[in-house]
Ligand binder design. Sequence first.
Ligand code: PGU
Length: 394
Amino acid sequence: MVERNPNFARLQAGYLFPEIARRRRTLLEKQPDAKIISLGIGNTTEPLTPEITKSLVDAAARLGTADGYSGYGDEQGLLALREQIAKVLYKDLIHAEEITISDGAKCDIGRLQILFGSRATVAVQDPAYPVYVDGSIIAGADSGLQYMTCRPENNFFPDLSKLPRVNLIYFCSPNNPTGAVATKAQLVELVKFACRNKSIIIFDAAYSEFIADRDLPRSIYEIDGADEVAIEVNSFSKSIGFTGVRLGWCVVPRKLKFADGTEILQDWTRVITTLFNGASNIAQYGGLAALTATGRQETQTLIAYYRENARLIREGLQALNIQTYGGVNSPYIWAHFPAQKSWDVFAKILNEAQVVTTPGAGFGPAGESFIRFSSFGRKADVQEAMRRLRPVLA
Ligand code: PGU
């Protein structure tokens, strides 16, 4: 018999979102006619936009011709796409050669965990996207895991003076699940802390396109010195609805070095070339189209749609005297239910309103008593969900 990898025994139950899907199925078994609305998982619902759809179709059609066919590409991704990301999204703050194209931010987070291995010490925001903790546990990098509490009392920014020295600091802004966006001053503090402690920040900017406020940083590289201490992951999932198409990227600046002086990019490239054969060529042409002037406009329209949903949820909850956070420069609304258990509130909302949410406790201990509402949904469904919630939460 093969011995089970002991790391798996240390994971808490199943991954959060399949667990929520299981509870939804249980309700459907009991009430097959229930018209369930999901404001749970952050999964996009709106169709791909015209310019991007056309580029995907064209790319697929080219593959059906003798001249246009291509097989494996560069593992790092299409150079044209890397160049456009550097230019359009980073205003050349970083270089194309520092960008690798991937099949999504989650996949890159997993590969980064392979890069740093089981000896890395880790800090995560609490609450946080579960992949940082669960992935660290699977990689065996969870001994001494530090939780950086992020609650309304500290404006969802951790007290770094309490954090011991760690190798890796996962930081997500706009934050999943709290919806908080770090200010420039806060990120300056974070970067200085990482410089002082020789830590590496893994900055997850998957929701950066939701930032409307021009004073808020969209990338960690807007902060001086970040290119010496930070890796950034990002994705086309939420900005252009590529959750199913799959396309993302990772920035590993050349200035980032291991203790022995090796460029981290060198080993990252080794991971990519060994364990990943590159993102879909069709998807990459979709990404290129998203970075044209028309593609950028379409992205803004799509984001505006979800942002309007976020407003409806925020204002709907506030009208019920529920304290909410986020949902302005972020697709997530973080609602507070003091003195209640988040799984209980989740169950009440699911059973009495047939609305799926995400219980805050699923994101870490500091998420207890909070519920995350996702604005990814159809507007009519969001409106209906808010109507149903009124009698249940009033
Ligand atoms: N990073 C953050 C912070 C996320 O919230 C998500 C998706 C991802 C990365 C994944 O990006 P991809 O580029 O699509 O891989 N979070 C969603 C979906 C659930 C999940 O397990 O990824 C959520 O509801 O939190």
